[in-house]
Design a binder for this molecule. Sequence first.
Ligand SMILES: Cc1cc2nc3c(=O)[nH]c(=O)nc-3n(C[C@H](O)[C@H](O)[C@H](O)COP(=O)(O)O)c2cc1C
Length: 227
Amino acid sequence: MTHADANGSRTALVVVAHHRTDSLTAHIARRTTRQLEAAGYRIDLLDLHAEGFDPRMTVADQPDWNDREKVYSPEVEDHMRRILNADIVVAAFPIYWAAPPALLKGWIDRVWNYGFAYGRSKPRLAGKRMLWLGLAGAAEDDAIIAFIQTALEGQLNMGIAYYCGFSHSQVGILPDAEERPQRLDAEGKLHIGEAVMGAEREAQYTALERRAADLVEEFLTVDRVPA
Ligand SMILES: Cc1cc2nc3c(=O)[nH]c(=O)nc-3n(C[C@H](O)[C@H](O)[C@H](O)COP(=O)(O)O)c2cc1C
């Protein structure tokens, strides 16, 4: 189901999970937002840190397995409405320990709740599409990137999005997100290189931005293929 408004535009919920507005994550989220707008989406920008979202589970938002009609806290109910109003959800986040950061994980824990996101024969989120854009400090040719891709696809696509009835979910990893290149050697020792500067840094940014734009474009192409 889509929520095209009078102008025929659909809604993208862009979720930013970072504590700094000058982060690369926030930068990529801003560019992604512009790209989605250019593709005709109305944007609902959810900056979890700026909105003061607390990722810690609360008693009010803990599922009650005996009551799938439970009314959760007003804050969480409001977040649920924002997800329901979205056709697509795009999350931008830094990868911490081969996983989403606590801020994003806690949003899913508290908001993607029993009776809302799962636990119904007809899922309320059915048909929505999701893009996960994760920035990684590891270099592109580091073997850990393939591991992270597989781990995130299992966790985010299978464990969360498809479990909640999404029709499509895609994980895009943006490596080389650190100005000091990081690499694990065969013995598992971490090497942190010299800071990349000047033209080399510019090229690194450009490659990261291009990769993000390509991932969003690919995601939107799926969107255009009739079901
Ligand atoms: C707690 C923590 C854990 C991290 N774990 C990983 C990791 O498992 N793999 C990786 O490639 N980078 C890891 N990083 C590096 C971050 O992904 C990187 O700092 C971030 O993507 C840079 O983008 P930002 O400027 O938006 O923060 C970690 C960073 C922190 C602070």
